[in-house]
Design a protein around this ligand. Structure first.
Ligand code: NAD
Ligand code: ZN
Length: 391
């Protein structure tokens, strides 16, 4: 089959590789109908994750049709069209039982890789390097899906793949970001980053009752999308002092909640990155993680920081003093997609939510190398790219 494979920094290729096989009785094989490129894939593409190997298959956002089922699978049959959450979860460990699905204890055989630095960390993720389990990803014609009975959702008849493909990741991620803000009537939510995740967070904040939503970015097309799709007020961070503008917009108090949908801003990760960021901190010359510092500064006292942008390594200059002095609540982490998926699917079916409105590019899988470049550089008014492996 054909698959998008990682070959190094800024080097992905569509290679001919072996078809996936059923390995465990809980597996299914999915023929991928649509798959997306995610902001998280850019961290791999930028070479920040040292546990990628040449030839690893990329992609954690995909939907498709089941073409083979393991002997232990009971909920699904050949021919079912399914949405596959990006985190892999066993469904029976303490974390899965407590709806902390992305922190599953049994889905990442390589969790030891980070344990000496972080303690016990999260579960497996499709196509997201060996420290997340080394699972092949879904930017391919076919993919093996373990623990298929856990968390996969059947796509109702008549709903095209495009309408549900963003439910695999960024829609639940944005929803969790907003949900963690515990939005009350009258609240203002500010969102750093108007990429796909930020847009989903703004849409969700609106849905959960935020009175005002403020989107921050530097790309006019993205700010425009935030305004038109999420009724957000917008700030271009290249044109204004964001913290000051937010104070002025909120009667001097600051937003009630601040969402980070930016993540790594060229902060190295893994072993190389740890050294890199430590050195940068010592030299005090880094302006990395500036969004994270800005949202901490801008948030009102007693407010909430909801961090869904992906970080790794040691992020320098995180103002712990401000968090303490302002009494902020901090939420962070990979999305618990399984927790939100059924509810979000219902909202899409009832046409209360239309995540696919942010898709700007529809391309065959073959064009993945160019698509990664376009998405990295936000060229061609690109917001969300979907790839079709069957085209
Ligand atoms: P993206 O690259 O398309 O969007 C990021 C946006 O942030 C860009 O538009 C960029 O211009 C903007 N930005 C950069 N610096 C900024 C700053 N200082 N202030 C305001 N905006 C700034 O990526 P995406 O797909 O939207 O993903 C965003 C982040 O969410 C990534 O870090 C990704 O890894 C992460 N993510 C997390 C989860 C999760 O489960 N927690 C899931 C999916 C993606
Ligand atoms: Zn993603």
């Amino acid at each position: 089959m054909r698959a998008v494979c990682w070959h190094g920094k800024h080097d992905v290729r569509v290679d001919e590789v072996a078809d996936p096989q059923i390995v465990s009785k809980g597996d299914v094989i999915v023929k991928v109908g649509l798959t997306c490129i995610c902001g998280s894939d850019l961290h791999l593409y930028n070479g920040y994750v040292p546990t990628m190997k040449k030839g690893d298959i990329m992609g954690h956002e995909f939907v498709g049709e089941i073409v083979e089922v393991g002997s232990g699978v009971s909920r699904f049959h050949v021919g079912d069209r399914v949405i596959v959450p990006f985190p892999i979860s066993c469904g029976v460990c303490w974390y899965c039982k407590h709806e902390l699905w992305s922190l599953c204890d049994n889905s990442n055989p390589n969790s030891w890789m980070l344990e000496h630095l972080y303690g016990d960390t999260g579960g497996g993720i499709f196509g997201y390097s060996h420290m997340y389990g080394g699972f092949s990803g879904g930017q391919a014609e076919y993919v093996r899906v373990p623990f298929a009975d856990v968390g996969l959702e059947k796509i109702p008849d008549g709903i095209p793949y495009e309408q549900v493909v963003l439910l695999t990741d960024i829609c639940p991620t944005g929803y969790q970001a907003a949900d963690n803000c515990n939005i009350n009537p009258g609240n203002t939510v500010a969102v750093w980053g108007c990429g796909p995740v930020g847009l989903m967070a703004m849409m969700s904040a609106r849905h959960l009752g935020a009175e005002r939503v403020i989107g921050i970015d530097r790309f006019p097309d993205r700010l425009q999308m935030a305004h038109s799709q999420c009724r957000a007020e917008v700030l271009n961070y290249e044109e204004v002092d964001v913290a000051e503008a937010l104070q002025n917009m909120t009667g001097g108090r600051g937003p009630d909640s601040c969402i980070d949908a930016v993540g790594l801003e060229a902060v190295g990760t893994g072993i190389e990155g740890f050294y890199d960021s430590v050195k940068q901190t010592l030299r005090l010359e880094s302006d990395r993680a500036s969004a994270l510092r800005q949202l901490t500064k801008a948030c009102r006292k007693g407010g909430t920081l909801s961090i869904v942008g992906v970080y790794s390594g040691f992020v320098d200059k995180f103002p712990m003093g401000a968090i303490f002095a302002k009494g902020l609540t901090v939420h962070a982490g990979q999305a618990h997609v399984h927790k939100y998926l059924p509810h979000l699917l219902k909202l899409v079916e009832e046409q209360q939510l239309n995540p696919s409105s942010i898709i700007t590019h529809r391309l065959p899988l073959e064009q993945a190398p160019g698509a990664y470049k376009t998405f990295l550089n936000k060229q061609d008014s690109c917001i969300k790219i979907v790839l079709n492996p069957q085209a």
